[in-house]
Write a protein of this length. Structure first.
Ligand code: FES
Length: 279
């Protein structure tokens, strides 16, 4: 019987199903490097996102309408004036509650249950397995068939919410194409480096969201005959193309999210001035 490292009961060091090889792996390359880099990258993002989500200030630039993605949508009465693009129907929050309370848990859930990130953090943090052809240290493998990992199956539902949040992020980004003169209060078209950074971030978010495996399945899955569903087939074909780059978009958006938030923070706090191209 052929087994892989992802099969329940797959061979691992000490597992009787494994070929009788004493060494943990016969690989001589630096197989440990990708999981190490992944662990560092993921930890950097988690630490940064957590700190910034609880920071509670320097997330909005009223003059240029820049809103940090970590604070969108901002529905609380605690949000600074102008940052609530969709109203403030929630009361004031104490400082220990993130202002994007309604979106952050879903975005976190979306990334945590993402097929690519699962592979990445299973390897990086649980060594399950650490790399191809390297035995994992665990003697038993139950897969995602029981609690808590069975919750990974909720990914599709997180996708629906993340899709809606991407629309809100897009709206935030479009508002950043305006600038308001603080002296007169007149708002007109404006374009700055911040606008471009927010635009790149939103493009990245859409690429990541639409290249999601669940999205691909929602559009083209469970069909018996593609010929009877030409529109869905076309969409599925397009999504399948970007789906092959899902890992790239997963990492790209980690970078663009940090960049977008950092830039807004620096401008909002007065540390730097926005580089204006128009107005
Ligand atoms: S977001 Fe990665 S698989 Fe859905």
């Amino acid at each position: 019987m052929t087994t892989t490292a992802h099969d329940p009961g797959a061979p691992s060091a000490g597992n009787p199903g494994r070929a009788d090889i004493r060494a943990r792996t016969l690989r001589r390359d630096r197989w440990w490097l990708p999981p190490l880099v992944n662990a560092l990258g993921l930890m950097t993002f988690v630490v940064y996102a957590t700190i910034r989500s609880f920071w509670g200030s320097a997330y909005y630039v009223p003059e240029y309408h820049y809103l940090s993605p970590f604070y969108s949508p901002c529905f609380s009465a605690s949000c600074v004036p102008g940052a609530s693009h969709f109203g403030t129907f929630l009361p004031e929050f104490p400082p220990w509650i993130p202002l994007a309370l309604l979106s952050l848990p879903f975005l976190l859930g979306f990334r945590l249950t993402c097929y690519y990130y699962r592979k990445s953090y299973y390897r990086a943090f649980w060594a399950s397995p650490p790399a191809c052809a390297v035995a994992e240290p665990h003697s038993k493998y139950t897969g995602e068939t029981r609690f808590p990992l069975i919750l990974q199956n909720a990914h599709r539902y997180f996708f629906y919410v993340a899709f809606a949040i991407s629309i809100l992020n897009t709206y935030d980004m479009l508002l950043a194409f305006r600038s308001t003169d603080p002296a007169t209060g007149v708002t007109s078209f404006g374009l700055g480096l911040g606008t471009l950074i927010l635009l790149i971030n939103v493009i990245g978010l859409w690429l990541y969201t639409l290249s999601c495996h669940s999205c691909r399945h929602i559009t083209g899955g469970r069909l018996k005959h593609f010929s009877k569903h030409p529109v869905r087939y076309k969409i599925w074909t397009g999504l399948s193309r970007i789906n092959t780059r899902h890992m790239l978009f997963a990492w790209l958006t980690i970078g663009t999210l940090i960049l977008a938030d950092l830039y807004v923070m620096l401008v909002a706090s007065g540390t730097i001035s926005d580089l204006r191209i128009v107005n």
